[in-house]
Ligand binder design. Structure first.
Ligand SMILES: [Zn+2]
Length: 453
């Protein structure tokens, strides 16, 4: 079959053409092509982040580059032409970075397509809605070209929740929830994606299932808690002296907590991310709303310039800006995740984000302070507290108008002692246990939840 490499210009630039371009540059000094030829950009790093939700490929380079892309069918391929770059070992590295279990990419081919144009051909396992964009330098990163390969049909967080509950005695209740009450929250999607078709008759739940009464799913379902491990993928979060990444620690703690919650007879947990990949802040909120979570808990680890800073803290949303300079600094740091992780959402998602921001969140904040106080009290039994009251700041991830939402800074990863603690399974387990106790206290004291009223 015809190949995109074969059908395009030869891989090796004919020398006469290159000479002609350079010669032209001598007489036309303003020709914009010339600086690129003189200083072909260098790809300094290549990273891939495969996940069920989407696979990301990041090319990091010392200059901003332009890229064009198109998709081909039969078989599905994504072709990306990067302008102003020559083949190098870093970019050839990409070939070995593709993992066999990548849900979207089967393999990649790299070639010099035209003078200064490198062509990447991704052979795909399924049709994709690609998002290709560049990011300016931030933090540790130089310029980045980001290729996000989303499935053509957006994934519904509700379906992920059901898939997770296959052998769960509560599967039937969750199934009922999925069929009866999800329309109010949109499925997060990106430009070019279709939404999954409505499924009135999904495959029946396993035989263990408890039949749930129709139209009354809220009251008869378990308490659903959305756990949100901060950062992920391109965004490592804070990093400790020993190289511990916040994104890894908080995922481990969230997974431990999920296990504990799922072992409760009347509670289930949903993870906004279950692997090492980047999830935009408002998508985390949308996922929690889609599964109609009763509570949203974002899990983080703090950092400060002075290694002596230590202790846990619990945060609720502030409607009118942060209460202190330190709070503002922390909120900015956590909200910067989208800039570091890289985001290019379509207008659809921006509108949803705006709606979330515009809605009144007063009742949500009251409940968040209540549940946060219970959790803070429990954490105080196992770790020093950085502040012994709930703090407030404008974290983007806490902005669901209808779900009590808190953010826990479990400890300071920048404090060597606490970094060491955060790495141990025993301490992670203690944190998870304390959070669960606080959550149980809250629901015991407040059986009439805001969301169910
Ligand atoms: Zn964080």
């Amino acid at each position: 079959m015809a190949d995109v490499f074969e059908s395009a210009a030869p891989m090796n630039t004919p020398v006469p053409l290159r000479r002609k371009l350079i010669a032209g540059g001598c007489t036309l000094l303003v020709l914009p092509l010339i600086p690129k030829l003189a200083h072909a950009a260098t790809i300094v790093a290549v990273r891939t982040w495969p996940a069920d939700e989407y696979t990301r490929v990041t090319l990091e380079m010392d200059t901003e580059l332009k890229a064009e892309h198109f998709t081909l069918d039969k078989p599905h391929r994504l072709v990306v032409d990067i302008d102003g770059v020559r083949l190098s070992s870093a970019i050839n590295d990409l070939v070995s970075r593709i993992k066999p279990n990548d849900p979207y990419i089967r393999s990649v081919r790299v070639g010099q397509n035209r003078p200064n144009v490198v062509r990447l051909v991704f052979d795909l396992k399924q049709d994709v809605a690609p998002q290709v964009f560049t990011l300016k330098p931030i933090g540790e990163y130089k310029y980045r070209l980001v290729l996000d390969l989303y499935p053509k049909v957006a994934q519904d967080p509700l379906m992920a929740l059901l898939k997770d509950s296959q052998n769960d005695p509560l599967a039937g209740v969750l199934e009922n929830l999925a069929q009866n009450g999800a329309a109010e929250a949109p499925i997060p999607s990106v430009k070019g994606q279709r939404l999954p078709p409505p499924e009135p008759s999904r495959s029946p739940a396993p035989s263990l299932a408890i039949p749930a009464p129709q139209g009354n799913s809220r009251r008869n379902r378990p308490i659903l808690i959305a756990l949100d491990p901060g950062h992920g993928g391109e965004d490592p979060g804070a990093t400790g002296k020993r190289g511990t990444h916040e994104k890894d620690i908080v995922l481990q703690i969230a997974q431990r907590l999920k296990k504990m919650i799922d072992a409760q007879p009347n509670m289930r947990a949903y993870l906004t991310r279950d692997r090492d990949y980047f999830v935009p802040l408002n998508v985390r909120v949308q996922k929690a709303r889609r599964v109609q979570a009763d509570l949203f808990i974002s899990i983080h680890a703090d950092a400060w310039v002075k290694p002596s800073a230590r202790g846990s803290s619990v945060w609720a949303l502030s409607e009118h800006g942060a209460t202190s300079t330190a709070a503002r600094w922390l909120a900015k740091k956590e909200n910067d995740a989208d800039l570091i992780g890289g985001i290019d959402l379509g207008s659809h998602n921006r509108q949803v984000a705006q709606v979330l921001l515009d809605l009144s969140t007063g009742a949500q904040i009251n409940d968040s302070i209540k549940v946060g106080s219970q959790i803070l009290q429990e954490i105080g039994k196992i770790n020093r507290l950085h502040r012994n009251h709930i703090e407030r700041a404008g974290f983007a991830v806490l902005k669901a108008p209808d779900i009590p939402s808190i953010l826990i800074e479990t400890a300071f990863i920048s404090n060597p002692e606490e970094e060491a603690l955060l790495r141990t399974p025993a301490h992670q387990q203690k944190i998870a246990s304390a959070v669960l106790s606080g959550v149980k206290d809250y629901f015991a004291a407040n059986p009439a939840l805001a969301r169910r009223a």
